[in-house]
Ligand binder design. Structure first.
Ligand SMILES: Cc1cc2nc3c(=O)[nH]c(=O)nc-3n(C[C@H](O)[C@H](O)[C@H](O)COP(=O)(O)OP(=O)(O)OC[C@H]3O[C@@H](n4cnc5c(N)ncnc54)[C@H](O)[C@@H]3O)c2cc1C
Length: 391
């Protein structure tokens, strides 16, 4: 088997992976998301077994163990408690803290409107996304995977060889060639293929829509879009110390420690109505001043006197349907698989998603985790997989 990775931006300057904040948590409300996080946590713990290359230095993803701390007001307290019960059933170690316990453990938090908090005790924290990406790439190349700097711009299909039940009006096809546009060239390189995996992140929907496929093969469209998200970095010498968790406020604003010198990273997803234009990756500093900072300073009074250091923006690979990944075979293109749309949690789920797709390709079924519910079918049936823990 020959595997070719086609990447249009080999520096990954706009890839969500390297613009993320590197977090992993067990605290989700969907069993599949919890299971994927558990898989990925174990993968990261044993990363040298999985991605180590003989005679090369060991991989250090700089994992910083630290729980996520979700705060809930009274009206969301019962929901958070129910979610924690599910997380525990799935094997995650998560504590529920009353406001008094919260104040004892994290005295720097203003707990006034907090009814309950959930705090991850194991397998949560953050790591260096660039190191993980590089380790995946390096391991793949060491095993003979080929890579090419180019952009996939089209698919050439032919009628499917697959058996269609008699009387069925289903239209299916196979991708025979992928058209790769090489830099500094006006020509497309046709690449013959047996299997195609669309892992184009925030651009996975755009790629499928622009691939020159006959209309009936593209319905419904893949609802994945780039949505711009800012990360702000600030300094606050009097801020929370080493035990600082990744705190997700009742308002949706979040932050975590960045090193041990009084630096922090944080941000917040805007409301649907206030989504910024995703045309470029410029940063709206007013968003920090007007939206993020007041919320954080209200929760952590020490942050009233912080100093903003820098900021960047990246794209969530945002699934507008239900903000969860779309994983598995395409319903109409027999040899196309999808692994995209994980919205704000795709980095931590990458090891599990990669494993899942490998199992589908090689064995024709999921073996490690049953992720069928993340498949395309839910888009066709209009059945959302609700995840309460989207940050
Ligand atoms: C600010 C921010 C914070 C985040 N924080 C976290 C977090 O803490 N934890 C977490 O788990 N997730 C987080 N995420 C989400 C996470 O980064 C993404 O879900 C994940 O990185 C997606 O990985 P990917 O490989 O699918 O996409 P990407 O990393 O974007 O990779 C897709 C690649 O496809 C290439 N490509 C696209 N179209 C084509 C084409 N037509 N031809 C060739 N190449 C193409 C792109 O150049 C890109 O390099 C965050 C995201 C952002 C923006």
């Amino acid at each position: 088997m020959k595997v070719l990775v086609v990447e249009r931006d080999p520096t990954y300057s706009r890839a969500s992976t390297v613009l993320s904040i590197g977090g992993i948590r067990q605290q989700f409300s969907l069993p599949e998301n919890i299971q994927m996080s558990r898989f990925s946590a174990s993968f990261l713990r044993n990363i040298n077994e999985h991605l180590g290359v003989p005679n090369e230095p060991p991989i250090d993803v700089q994992f910083q163990p630290s729980g996520y701390l979700f705060l809930a007001p009274l009206e969301r307290a019962a929901g958070l408690e129910a979610t924690v019960r599910l997380q525990r059933e799935e094997g995650a170690q998560v504590a529920l803290l009353s406001p008094t316990q919260l104040k004892e453990k994290f005295p720097w938090i203003d707990t006034e409107d907090v009814a309950v908090a959930s705090y991850g005790l194991q397998d949560e924290g953050w790591f260096d996304p660039w190191t993980l990406l590089h380790a995946f790439r390096h391991k793949a190349m060491s095993l003979g995977v080929l890579s090419c700097a180019g952009e996939v711009r089209g698919f050439v299909t032919s009628a499917s060889d697959a058996m269609v039940p008699q009387g069925s009006a289903a239209v299916t096809a196979r991708i025979r060639y992928v058209h790769v546009h090489m830099p500094d060239s006006r020509e497309y390189q046709p690449v013959a293929c047996a299997i195609v995996i669309n892992a184009a992140g925030a651009w996975a929907g755009e790629l499928l829509g622009a691939a020159g496929l006959p209309g009936e093969l593209c319905q419904p469209p893949l609802p994945i879009q780039p949505r711009k998200r800012y990360v702000f970095s600030w300094h606050c010498p009097d801020g929370p110390g080493f035990s600082c968790p990744l705190l997700v406020d009742t308002t949706g604003a979040y932050f975590r420690r960045d090193g041990i010198a009084g630096n922090y990273l944080g941000g917040m997803s805007p409301t649907e109505e206030e989504e910024p234009d995703a045309g470029d990756l410029s940063v709206d500093h007013d968003f920090f001043q007007e939206q993020v900072w007041p919320r954080l300073a209200r929760r952590v009074p020490a942050f009233s006197s912080l100093r903003l250091r820098s900021a960047w923006a990246g794209y969530y690979d945002y699934n507008t349907f239900d903000q969860n990944g779309v994983l598995g075979p395409h319903p109409k293109l027999d040899n196309l698989f999808l692994a995209a749309g994980f919205s704000g949690h795709g980095l931590q789920h990458a090891p599990a998603a990669g494993r899942a797709i490998a199992e589908l390709v090689l064995r024709g079924r999921y073996e490690s985790l049953d992720l069928r519910r993340l498949g395309w079918q839910r888009l066709e049936e209009g059945k959302r997989l609700e995840e309460d823990g989207v940050v």
